[in-house]
Ligand binder design. Structure first.
Ligand code: 475
Length: 808
């Protein structure tokens, strides 16, 4: 755009925006509140996006290309306003105009609530995949639940996590469109009667409880292209708000009871990450978005396919994100048989061909299994179909492995009176994949080995990726500008082009520019910490960061114990030579996860101890940032020097925070787990610091009942000292972390914290040495950015297209 065109665009923008402010607020610009300024901009964005959205939909409705639908119980999309502006290619103009009009652009963006419709990795991955699909002009959509309350807001009070309801819709949400004309009725409970109509057996569902599912659609705009895909989130409402006869008889409470019971289905997001708690309401949620989502897809498909289901699986992929949408299998069977009149074999062929399944965790406590009675009671027809799927699967097994009853029983979808959702997902999908190479290997060789032997061709691997638009271009604008000036902009469309940065790998001028960007990002975070935590930190210290859900397997405890050890070393030797460090933590604990909450308490207690000890001369600081969410993450990743990825090997399926840090030039300090292994392959061993037991070693110990943590305790005085400090009042008068102490010694340290402690401290010493040589460190950091191309979610989506959906 030349400068006069640009000026014209800006003038137009200012005029339209001024008018819009008046429309939405009834005030002129000078008197409009920040909220109205935000709402006006949001409306303008929606107007821009909507026309492209309509065009995209018209194209898709012709059924010419294959459509992918991600079914997921979580979509952690983050704030969207800036994404829309970046993707529309008008961010610069809007920013400049806002400033010229005397408005605070950043404050306007901050008016948007951050939709917390997910717990962590699995939900955020979906958001990155939607972003990438649109960026690549690929027809892919999301299907999930519009929770009224997203993941709780975390406050830290007296060092402890307090949960506050996340009322993200309180000011309305401008980027969704409610489509009541596309509502679907979802049926629960009741009885199934088989009827013989003209020799055909049909199943009639009676006395069911109907719930209305209303879709809200959010446009997912592609980067600098014309594609706008959809994220459809379903909200539950009663069929009729009032039961009028009951109301008229004066039973007011009973009359509204039905309303709140119906609404309960989309009221809250369950706050467990990597965990399963088996609540009836959760099962209702799972069926809710599966049933409603499939119904709309099928209705739309038939409308443009002469009312026929022919070719359904050639044109539609139903991708199930972990097992929460596993009812897609039996539900699709139900629709195909009971509503479309297909026989079992034809329906099954279509179902398996349409479905694919990604697993996100191997933690046994996260694998879903529903009591047979619960499933049968709530979803009688679905349960019948699951029984039949299982009966036929067992027959297949008996043909394959005749007389091997123990093996066949162990693979049964229904066993020990539970429906096992991973088994159901594997049997009813043509593809099963893990999310990093190691994870996929563990699925094949351990977790799902029995199924792998039956269906080896179904098993795949697609390593996760993250959106470079959100996690580099938009959240680290200074680095983006520096890269653009240095290697041009082709990397915007092909992240592998970041490799071009390697030509500056020995260029001192570039080093200075690169380090200046990092410092500026660290200052931004330091400022945030000063405002929110009242802690002053040295921006030249190593920003050593671990941000993710708090979970034993992620081992925030290992990090915290090392900080305590470092504190002891400094107390012993105040002249200890070391680069100053700022240890930064953030992450939520599931509200019912006692141990994880104790870990938060421990970190905040260590922070109190360390930050108030003047004898340390500011060499050490510890900060726990409250309420980690997508918006906070966007400030954190660009500021990191060290990315802590220290899970017990074999437990972290992939990790995606590791990729976001790397893209922003942080050095990974990690175990050989999940995608850390692939980060090592991408950057080479001199640009990463790895340590600790391998997944095989962990597995072998576990096969033999673990290792003896007491032995390590007895041999290592450093460990004795820090463990005593957990319980001797060092961390505050009367404060004791007995449960943590016991988990490490009495209960034999199930996550190998003490076993890996020595290796971890060695690795941390290497970090210190490397950082003190700024040339070496800068080189490492640039290498990380340059080699991060493979972790773009665009690459992941291409892999899915080729390997799994067979689109290209
Ligand atoms: C892995 N969530 C990461 C990420 O693939 C991986 C499970 C049950 C109930 C609710 N939430 C879950 C997960 O299992 C989850 O988020 N898994 C994560 O998926 C994306 O990068 O290693 O832990």
């Amino acid at each position: 755009m030349n400068s006069s065109d640009r000026q014209k665009r800006k003038d137009e923008y200012k005029a339209t925006y001024t008018k819009k402010i008046e429309e939405v607020s009834g005030n002129c610009l000078a008197d409009a509140s920040l909220l109205k300024q935000y709402q006006a901009l949001a409306e303008m964005i929606m107007e821009d996006v909507s026309s492209q959205w309509a065009k995209t939909n018209t194209l898709y409705n012709k059924n010419e290309s294959k459509q992918v639908y991600f079914f997921s119980i979580e979509f952690l999309i983050g704030r969207l306003m800036k994404s829309y502006l970046v993707n529309l290619g008008i961010e610069d103009i809007v920013r400049e105009c806002s400033e010229e009009m005397g408005l605070d652009y950043e404050a306007i963006l901050a008016q948007e609530s951050d939709p917390g419709l997910g717990n962590g990795g699995l939900g955020r991955l979906m958001a990155c995949y939607l972003d990438s699909s649109s960026a690549m002009g690929m027809p892919a959509h999301g299907n999930g639940i519009r929770y009224k309350y997203g993941l709780f807001e975390q406050r830290i009070i007296n060092g402890e996590q307090i949960e506050v309801a996340d009322n993200w819709l309180k000011n309305g949400y401008p980027f969704e469109i409610r489509n009541p004309d596309k509502s679907v009725i979802v049926k629960y409970y009741g009885q199934i009667h088989a009827q013989n109509i003209n020799g055909n057996l049909t199943f009639v569902h009676e006395n069911y409880e109907p719930i209305m599912a209303i879709p809200y659609d959010i446009p997912i705009k592609g980067y600098h292209n014309e594609t706008v895909n959809s994220l459809r989130l379903w909200s539950a409402e009663p069929l009729e708000a009032f039961d009028l006869p009951t109301f008229n008889q004066g039973h007011f409470l009973n009359a509204v009871r039905h309303k709140s019971e119906a609404e309960a289905i989309s009221q809250i997001l369950y706050p467990n990450d990597n965990g399963f708690d088996g609540k009836l309401l959760r099962l209702k949620q799972e069926y809710f978005f599966v049933c409603a989502g499939l119904k709309r897809i099928i209705t739309d498909f038939k409308r443009s396919n002469e009312n026929s289901m022919d070719g359904f699986s050639d044109k539609i992929c139903i991708h199930i994100n972990d097992t929460h949408p596993a009812l897609c299998g039996p539900e699709l069977m139900r629709v195909l048989m009971d509503e479309e009149g297909l026989g079992w074999d034809d329906a099954w062929k279509i179902t398996v061909a349409a479905l694919s399944f990604t697993n996100h965790t191997v933690l046994p406590e996260a694998l879903e299994k529903w009591p047979v009675d619960m499933m049968n009671d709530l979803l009688p027809r679905i349960y019948m179909i699951i029984e039949e799927i299982n009966r036929r699967f067992l027959l297949e097994l008996n043909t394959k492995y005749p007389n091997d009853t123990p093996r066949n029983q162990s693979l049964s979808i229904i066993r020990d009176n539970y429906v096992h959702m991973a088994s159901l997902s594997i049997v009813s999908s043509h593809s099963i994949n893990g999310v990093a190479a190691l994870h996929s290997k563990i699925l094949r060789e351990e977790t799902f080995n029995g199924y792998y032997q039956v269906y080896p061709e179904r098993f795949h691997s697609v390593t996760n990726g993250v959106s470079p638009r959100r996690f580099l271009m938009s959240s680290n604008p200074e680095l983006k500008d520096l890269i653009d000036e240095s290697i041009g902009t082709t990397w915007h469309h092909n992240l592998f082009d970041l490799k071009e940065l390697l030509k500056y790998i020995n260029d001192p001028v570039f080093y200075d520019q690169f380090n200046a960007v990092k410092l500026s990002n660290k200052l931004r975070l330091a400022n945030y910490m000063a405002n929110h935590n009242s802690v002053t930190v040295d921006p030249n210290s190593i920003f050593d960061i671990q941000v993710k859900r708090i979970h034993e397997y992620k081992r925030q405890l290992l990090n915290a114990l090392h900080v305590l050890y470092l504190y002891n070393r400094l107390k012993e030797n105040p002249n200890l030579e070391m680069a100053p460090r700022t240890f930064i933590f953030a992450g939520k604990a599931a509200p019912g996860y006692y141990y994880a909450k104790e870990v938060i308490k421990l970190i905040t207690a260590i922070a109190e101890l360390v930050n108030n000890d003047v004898s340390l001369h500011d060499k050490l600081k510890v900060v726990f940032l409250a309420n980690f969410n997508v918006s906070l993450a966007e400030i954190i990743y660009p500021a990191a020097n060290i990315s802590e990825q220290i899970s017990t090997a074999g437990k972290e399926a992939s990790g995606t925070g590791n990729m976001k840090f790397m893209m922003n030039g942080a050095i990974t300090l990690g175990t050989m787990d999940g995608a850390n292994i692939e980060i090592l392959e991408a950057v080479g061993p001199s640009n990463i610091v790895t340590f600790g037991l391998s997944a095989d070693e962990v597995y072998n110990y576990q096969q033999h009942g673990g290792y003896r943590s007491v032995d390590i305790f007895e041999q290592d005085p450093r460990i004795q000292q820090i463990l005593h400090q957990l319980v001797d009042g060092t961390l505050g008068l009367g404060i004791s972390f007995q449960s943590i102490y016991d988990s490490l010694l009495l209960y034999n340290d199930g996550y190998f914290v003490l076993k890996d402690f020595n290796a971890y401290t060695d690795a941390q010493n290497r970090v210190d040495q490397l950082f003190r040589n700024q040339t070496v460190w800068t080189k490492m950091s640039i290498s990380n950015v340059a080699n991060s191309g493979i972790f773009s979610s665009d690459r992941s989506i291409k892999d899915y297209q080729q390997e799994i959906w067979k689109i290209i």
